[in-house]
Design a protein around this ligand. Sequence first.
Ligand code: ADP
Ligand code: ADP
Length: 235
Amino acid sequence: APAVAFRDVTVTFPRQDRAVLRGASFSIAAGERVVLFGPSGAGKSTLLATITGVVPHSVIARVTGSVTVAGRDTLATEVVDLSRHLGVLPQDPDSAVCLPGVEQELAFVLENRAVSPADISDRIDAALAVVGAGGLRKRQTGSLSGGESQRVALAAALIGGPDILVLDEPTSMLDADGLRQVRDAVDAATRHGTVAVLLVEHRLDEYAGSRGVAGLPERCIVLGADGAITHDGPT
Ligand code: ADP
Ligand code: ADP
């Protein structure tokens, strides 16, 4: 099954004079990397919340069409069950990590799945190594810089082995240094794996940096101001 599939998806909220998403159809294959781009208010956050199940399960949103994550219908699957297939990195480094210690933050998902303590410890090392943050294991999360927080959050998003990694403008609150750290960590963590990537960015130039288009995922979906997809193809 594709990591994500949208078939003719329209989302409306009460008292809005237009649909927020309008007839969106696309699918993201296992291991595929995609950037979602569009102006503020186009519906990018709504599209991400549709994937995580929050919009399909909301009592106020009206969703037509179908959305599947790893082959599961988001309407027929509890949000907590969808979350097993998703790794999510939010925009704000302060909300990306919740627990006092880096180790606790990374162990949380695995403890909930009854993984043995020895396995948890090994997987924490591996997850931190892949995002270039091996030295952060013993740190308190409150002492991390923005770039460090986002890399720990990225490790936490990946440690459960998701089918798709969803990144919601993960670098928007960072300085140039933090941005480069997070971008390189995302690249390193996803270059060879089977995890699909959906990156939402409205600052494509800054995100790509000196590497230009080569610094971005190969495929770009553009959401227009009216909530319809206006481009889906090479970045
Ligand atoms: P973007 O992330 O591209 O900036 P959003 O998905 O946040 O766009 O918002 C798209 C539109 O949907 C905006 O007009 C926003 O006000 C509206 N919207 C988003 N969530 C809700 C909601 N829960 N209730 C009503 N309107 C919403
Ligand atoms: P972004 O910075 O991604 O554009 P927004 O400020 O548009 O974020 O939205 C942040 C959150 O607030 C989202 O979860 C969105 O669904 C919700 N939201 C946005 N607009 C509205 C609205 N008019 N009514 C209720 N919730 C909204």
